[in-house]
Design a protein. Sequence first.
Length: 133
Amino acid sequence: MRLLGIDAAYEPDGDDSSLATRSATEQRELLTLDRGLLFRRNVHDGALIRTDDVDAQLDDILSRFAPRLAPWTRCLRCGALLEEVSATEVAAQLEPGTARTYRSFSRYTGCGRVYWRGAHSRRLEALVRRATS
C-alpha cells in the first residue's frame, strides 16, 4: 500500500491491544484477518480482510475504500514521504556504481534513506499499473 502512496502503518508483531490503541490514537482504519480484534472497544474503525492472498487483499482494499493513490511517494519501510535531493547531498550514502549510474535521487523524510528509481523499481511497476488502472 505504501508503494501506492497510501499512508499505511504496519505492525506485524503488534498484539491486539497495541493495534487497537494505535487505531484509536491515530484515527486509523484497522485492516485485519482477525474478526475478534475488530470488536475491541477502542478500535477507531476497521475492516475484515477476507483472504490471505496479498494480491487479492490489495484488490479488495482498493475496491472497498477507493483510496487516493500517489505511487512512488512513500518509503516502503517507514511510510514517510519522499523529498527530492541533489546527488551531491546524498553522495556519501551511495555506492560508487550507483553514483555513476543514476542522477535523480530522493530522500525519505522519516528514516533518511536515499531512493532512486533503479532496476528494483521495474518489478514493482506492474503492480502500480494494475492498481492504478
